[in-house]
Design a protein around this ligand. Structure first.
Ligand SMILES: [Zn+2]
Length: 64
């Protein structure tokens, strides 16, 4: 009854992750894909949104 850990699908491609070296992924490639995806998401998260809600842009003064 120790076979449970052998049937875990790779979260990236869905293949069974049989290689214990790369678990929970099926291969180093999928692991890299997951890492890149995670990093990409982190980089994509913007900081606090600019406070341009209702306030006129500073360029307005240059117009006059
Ligand atoms: Zn995979």
């Amino acid at each position: 009854m120790a076979d449970q850990r052998a049937a875990r699908p790779c979260p990236i491609c869905g293949k069974p992750a049989e290689d214990p070296k790369h678990r929970p992924f099926c291969s180093g490639r999928c692991r890299q894909v997951d890492l890149n995806r995670w990093l990409g998401e982190v980089y994509r998260v913007p900081g606090p949104p600019a406070q341009s809600n209702g306030e006129p842009p500073p360029d307005d003064d240059l117009d006059e």
